[in-house]
Write a protein that binds this ligand. Structure first.
Ligand SMILES: [Zn+2]
Length: 151
């Protein structure tokens, strides 16, 4: 797993930051302990199933998804989606996740996977295009790889 250079993380709106402060306060934990972690997922999408491994790692804030647009574009053929954590939250896509995933589907012109690790475990969603709602599928993590079914 490679680490990207620090100091270039995309943080979304004021509202996201406000939500983040609330989460910190609620759990009385320092900011650094509950930062959202994000990985690009590289792998293969077959006819019935998919498999991928964790690739480039970034650290952001809860409810924000961090990424590196240049790296994504360079590796667009191998990328099948993103994985990120929801520290102390359920593993359901946030509005920000939704907007980001749909934008990337549109930009890369293919369905993309969104795996979220939350307090209810790892859950995986396929965004088939930039308009329809994500579809949750069964998935399993084995070490640094995740395997699952297609919708
Ligand atoms: Zn999220």
């Amino acid at each position: 797993m490679r680490s990207r250079p620090k100091g270039n993380i995309t943080i979304y709106s004021e509202q996201v930051n406000a939500e983040f402060e609330k989460v910190c306060e609620k759990y009385q934990r320092p900011v650094r302990d509950i930062n959202e972690q994000c990985w690009i997922l590289m792998g293969h999408r077959g006819r019935w199933s998919w498999g991928c491994k964790y690739d480039l790692h970034t650290e952001g804030k809860p409810a924000a998804v961090a990424f590196d647009p240049d790296y994504v574009w360079e590796n667009r053929d191998k990328i099948i989606g993103w994985a990120h954590t929801h520290p102390n939250m359920e593993a359901s896509p946030s509005n920000t996740d939704d907007i980001t995933m749909k934008a990337w589907c549109n930009s890369l012109g293919k369905p993309l996977l969104c795996c979220i690790d939350g307090k209810d475990g790892l859950r995986s969603y396929w965004y088939m295009d930039d308009e329809s709602q994500p579809i949750e599928v069964r998935s399993i993590r084995i070490r640094s790889k995740i395997y699952g079914l297609l919708p």
